[in-house]
Design a protein around this ligand. Structure first.
Ligand SMILES: [Zn+2]
Length: 340
């Protein structure tokens, strides 16, 4: 392994980062309009920082098409070749593409439950038939606000969650779970549903539960998705949960994600502006005009590095393990690119 500094990240940060390692960003909203101005540049930078695959997650039916348009744009970049930097690393020159492969998950997100209709479920079912996605997501339960805890709202969330789990079973697809302040309720549904994560894979994205809950999801066959939140030394509960799951099940229970444009690693934050990009706005768009804390896929190595330190596993070893974990969770056979 050659000690090559990250090509994108500035000097101060590159002193701390490991060499470029192949990574999978298992959860992004890289289709969000906040990336419209520089998506191709960000995709190239992500590639140069090691990101070889990224998953675009659905959340409301009216934006499903945007997932496919973004995937298409990343598959057939319209950037002129002259703008592609000259790359000399053997690992980079042997690749067919200079952009990460983009994959799609479609799902109706519980935070936007008041927007979802029966018709949206039908649209989703039709879409899955026509353009098979990589996964179903993000789906689950969210009782973050008092309004979402109301029995009627929670019942609607449960109905949509179960209906989408049914689709996952029907089409034999992994699910990407969004769970906020509802871990026990999600576990209760999963334990009685036909969906079997040991067979179909699946990820508990941006895991935020306690130690027992972390172990319970892993026991059911899910991987725990770790975001840039882990880079915050004050995220003690999260760190304890991840360490507890790893102590019992090993590093093979984890995957990493940026959840961009949210969850910016602390070392990439340039202001104290903490407005969430997703999960706070009714239309789920990024209104943070300040934008300085917008998370991007190329920040993913910071999650890797923090996990490496937290779990005391060498970056190259944990990167290889996370790759395997991701392909297992997503039920794909993407081979590890390696650095030789
Ligand atoms: Zn998300």
């Amino acid at each position: 392994m050659t000690a090559i500094n990250h090509p994108i990240i500035g000097d101060a940060k590159s002193l701390l980062l490991p060499p470029v390692l192949p990574l999978i960003d298992t959860h992004t909203h890289f289709d969000a309009p906040v990336f419209d101005g520089d998506r191709m540049i960000q995709a190239q930078q992500a590639y140069e920082c090691g990101i070889r695959h990224l998953v675009l997650l659905g959340y409301v039916a009216r934006h499903f098409k945007r997932l496919y348009v973004t995937q298409q744009a990343l598959t057939q970049p319209s950037v002129p070749q002259s703008s592609v930097p000259q790359l000399t690393l053997p690992e980079l020159t042997t690749q067919h593409s200079l952009l990460p492969h983009a994959h799609i998950a479609v799902g109706l997100h519980p935070f936007y439950i008041d927007q979802h209709t029966e018709n949206h479920l039908s649209q989703m079912a039709q879409l899955i038939e026509q353009c098979r996605p990589l996964a179903i997501g993000e789906i689950g339960l969210d009782t973050f606000t008092p309004a979402m805890k109301q029995p009627e709202m929670l019942a609607k969330q449960q109905y949509f969650f179960k209906a989408q789990l049914d689709m996952a079973v029907q089409h034999q697809l992994p699910v990407m779970l969004h769970i906020r302040k509802a871990h026990a309720e999600v576990l209760a549904i999963l334990k009685t549903h036909d969906y079997d994560a040991h067979l179909l894979g699946g990820i508990a994205h941006s895991f935020s539960g306690g130690e027992q809950e972390a172990k319970a999801f892993v026991k059911l066959g899910f991987k725990l998705g770790v975001t840039g939140q882990i880079t915050n030394p004050n995220a003690k509960k999260l760190r304890r949960s991840i360490c507890a799951a790893v102590a019992k099940y090993g590093v093979n229970c984890l995957v990493i994600e940026t959840d961009c444009p949210d969850m910016t690693p602390v070392m990439c934050q340039t202001s104290n502006y903490t407005q969430s990009a997703l999960g706070q706005h009714a239309d789920n768009e990024w209104h943070g005009a300040e934008g300085q804390n917008r998370n991007v896929p190329s920040n993913l190595p910071w999650v890797l590095l923090t996990l490496s330190e937290l779990l005391n596993v060498a970056p190259a070893d944990i990167a290889r393990q996370l790759w395997q974990n991701s392909t297992h969770a997503l039920q794909v056979d993407w081979s590890y690119p390696g650095l030789n």
